[in-house]
Design a protein around this ligand. Sequence first.
Ligand code: SF4
Ligand code: SF4
Ligand code: SF4
Length: 179
Amino acid sequence: MPMRYAMAIDTKKCVGCSDCVVACQTENHVPIGYCRDWIVEVMDGTYPQLEIELRSERCNHCTNSPCVRCCPTGASHYAEGGLVLVTKNKCIGCAACIASCPYDARYSHPDGYVDKCTFCEDRLKQGMKPACVSVCPTKCLYFGDLDDPRSEVSEILKVRKWKRLIPEAGTNPNLFFLI
Ligand code: SF4
Ligand code: SF4
Ligand code: SF4
């Protein structure tokens, strides 16, 4: 059965606490000083009608990803459910993928390969939600299969307005920001 993992991030409920960032660093042994997800704060409007948009961002697991296309070794690849992953021992650390990503979602791991969000692939295999989703105190992260109309991510996208980031890049991202 086809499957496409996606995440929806509620910018109205996010309080910018960074619990998602810390949970990810712990779960995925991200080295100190690096991260796979991060918080973006964008000020919108003019005084006194100012609004702050808070976004928990990570790799978009793009359906048309330049990082997979440009990888010379096949280390960056698509996996089940549309996950975009990096095979550590095939990666030569050339950083072509880092340069190609419009979302700045990858970093060079000190051990010589490139790392990024995996949608917590290991947890998914065990039937669990990604670490960032499960710890969020405001429950503002929704995760699931876009091809299943009853998944929590599909249900929330039916009832809320949303946007994707940098759509003009043509990457067909699978992160949806509820606005
Ligand atoms: Fe690749 Fe960047 Fe898209 Fe993630 S967000 S799949 S690293 S192009
Ligand atoms: Fe591929 Fe690694 Fe080079 Fe990125 S750094 S393009 S994953 S070999
Ligand atoms: Fe980190 Fe997993 Fe969340 Fe991706 S899905 S940002 S790897 S905790």
